[in-house]
Design a protein around this ligand. Structure first.
Ligand code: FES
Length: 97
């Protein structure tokens, strides 16, 4: 697993953490298994940015809400794009397209 380096794990102390890679914005979250995951900030409805709110994510454009760990939409059968993250020697690597 290669992946894109997104930073040192120890530098992320509060979650969700905003992460930018190139022109793309993500939230780094902790999973219930103790791992990490990147969720796209781009709403799958019409492309506005979602905000972290109340333990999940919310899109103010049209009111869709998303689960804070899986990114699954609570209003429609959609979800925030999710990317696996692996920690190697203290550095986080994401499997980005
Ligand atoms: S763009 Fe997010 S709910 Fe419409």
């Amino acid at each position: 697993m290669e992946g894109t380096a997104i930073g040192n794990a120890a530098d992320f102390t509060a979650f969700p953490a905003a992460v930018t890679v190139g022109n793309h914005s993500y939230y780094l979250i902790r999973t219930s298994e103790g791992g990490f995951r990147l969720l796209s900030r781009i709403c799958p409805h019409a492309g506005y940015e979602v905000e972290a709110e109340g333990g999940g994510f919310f899109c103010y454009a049209h009111g869709w809400a998303f689960d804070g760990e899986s990114g699954k939409c609570l209003n429609a059968p959609r979800q925030l794009a999710a990317y696996e993250v692996e920690e190697r020697d203290g550095t986080l690597f994401a499997q980005l397209p």
